[in-house]
Ligand binder design. Structure first.
Ligand SMILES: *[C@@H]1O[C@H](CO)[C@@H](O)[C@H](O)[C@H]1NC(C)=O
Ligand SMILES: *[C@@H]1O[C@H](CO)[C@@H](O)[C@H](O)[C@H]1NC(C)=O
Ligand SMILES: *[C@@H]1O[C@H](CO)[C@@H](O)[C@H](O)[C@H]1NC(C)=O
Ligand SMILES: *[C@@H]1O[C@H](CO)[C@@H](O)[C@H](O)[C@H]1NC(C)=O
Ligand SMILES: *[C@@H]1O[C@H](CO)[C@@H](O)[C@H](O)[C@H]1NC(C)=O
Length: 263
C-alpha cells in the first residue's frame, strides 16, 4: 500500500510542470513602441478579435492565429487574427496571477478560441498557423491545438503551464502538426533544463511532423513580446524569435509563392 501511494509521487517528481511566470517578472518596456497597431478589432462569431491583414495581395485561404500572453489585446504587438480568448479581462500590469488564473482556465478560454477557429474555417481558411506567447503557448492552447490537429503548424515562445514530458508524449502520440519553440536562457518557468527534457522527447527526428527549438541567451520570460529598445541583446532576441517563427511557418504552409526554405 505504501509503495502504491509512492508511485504517483515519483511520477510527479520526474515530470516538470512549467509554472506561470508572475506578471512582475515579465519585462515591461518603459518606452511604448513607436509603431502602433496596424490592424483593427472586429467581432468574429461573437468574439472580439484583433485582425491585421497584409497591405499587399495575400492568400485568403491561410491565416495566422496569434494567442497573446496574459496581457491580451491591449498589447500592441501584432500578427494576424488574435482572438480575445481572455474575454475582455486581460491581467493588469500589477495584477495577481494566482487570483486571475482562476477565471481564465480551459473552461473559460477554449470556447472563444475555438469559436474563432471554426468561423475562420467556415470563411474558407484552409491553413492556420498558430503562434502563442507564454499563456498562449501553454498546454491549453498551442499545445492542445497541435495535439488536436486543429491547426497546420504551431510555434510558441516562452511557454508556461506545460507538463514536460507528458504534453509532448501526447503530441507525439496523436499529432501530425510541426511545432517550434523559442525559449529564453533566463526563463524561470520553461528553463533551459526543461527545454532539454523537451528535446529528449521531440528532438533528433523523434517527432516526424517536425520539431525545432531555439534558445535565446541573455533574455528572460516575455522576450519575444516585449524588448527594451535600448538593449541590443533584447532587441536582437525579439527579432530573432519573430524571424525563426516566421520561417518555420513559411516552411510548413503550402503557400502560393515559393515557400522560403527553413534555415
Ligand atoms: C507588426 O508590428 C511591427 C512592429 O512591431 C510592424 O513593423 C509591422 O508592420 C506590424 N505588422 C502588421 C502586419 O501589422
Ligand atoms: C482592441 O481592443 C482592446 C481591448 O478592448 C484594446 O485594448 C485595443 O486597444 C484595441 N485595439 C485596436 C486596434 O483598436
Ligand atoms: C495573490 O493572491 C493570493 C491569493 O489571494 C495571495 O495568497 C498572494 O499573496 C497574492 N500575491 C501577491 C503577489 O500579491
Ligand atoms: C482538444 O481536444 C480535447 C479532447 O477532445 C478537448 O477537451 C479540448 O477542448 C481541445 N482543445 C483545443 C484547444 O482544441
Ligand atoms: C533598458 O536598457 C538600457 C540599456 O541597457 C538600460 O539603461 C535601462 O535601464 C533599461 N530599461 C529598463 C526599463 O529595463
Amino acid at each position: 500500500m505504501k509503495f502504491l501511494c509512492l508511485l504517483p509521487f515519483l511520477a510527479a517528481a520526474q515530470a516538470a510542470v512549467v509554472p506561470a511566470v508572475d506578471p512582475k517578472e515579465h519585462f515591461h518596456s518603459a518606452v511604448p513602441s513607436a509603431v502602433g497597431p496596424q490592424g483593427k478589432n472586429v467581432t468574429i462569431n461573437g468574439v472580439l478579435t484583433y485582425v491585421s491583414l497584409p497591405k499587399k495581395k495575400f492568400d485568403p485561404t491561410t491565416a495566422v492565429l496569434l494567442l497573446t500572453d496574459v496581457f491580451g489585446l491591449p498589447s500592441p504587438d501584432n500578427l494576424t487574427y488574435a482572438p480575445d480568448y481572455l474575454n475582455g479581462d486581460a491581467i493588469p500590469m500589477d495584477g495577481n496571477l494566482t487570483t486571475w488564473i482562476v477565471n481564465h482556465g480551459e473552461a473559460q478560454t477554449t470556447p472563444p478560441l475555438l469559436a474563432v477557429v471554426k468561423a475562420l474555417k467556415a470563411r474558407g481558411i484552409k491553413q492556420i498557423a498558430a503562434t502563442g506567447y507564454c499563456f498562449g503557448g501553454t498546454w491549453l492552447y498551442i499545445t492542445r491545438l497541435v495535439q488536436n490537429n486543429t491547426v497546420t503548424v504551431g510555434t510558441m515562445a516562452h511557454p508556461s503551464f506545460l507538463n514536460v514530458p507528458t504534453d509532448f508524449d501526447l503530441m507525439k502520440a496523436q499529432s501530425h502538426v510541426p511545432v517550434e519553440i523559442n525559449n529564453a536562457e533566463l526563463d524561470t518557468g520553461f528553463t533551459p533544463a526543461v527545454a532539454l527534457q523537451t528535446d529528449a522527447v521531440m528532438g533528433d527526428g523523434q517527432y516526424p511532423p517536425g520539431y525545432f527549438r531555439r534558445q535565446f541567451d541573455g533574455v528572460a520570460h516575455g522576450f519575444a513580446v516585449r524588448a527594451n529598445a535600448s538593449d541590443p541583446v533584447q532587441v536582437a532576441a525579439k527579432q530573432g524569435a519573430f524571424d525563426t517563427s516566421l520561417r518555420w511557418i513559411q516552411a510548413h504552409l503550402k503557400l502560393a509563392e515559393a515557400a522560403v526554405a527553413y534555415r
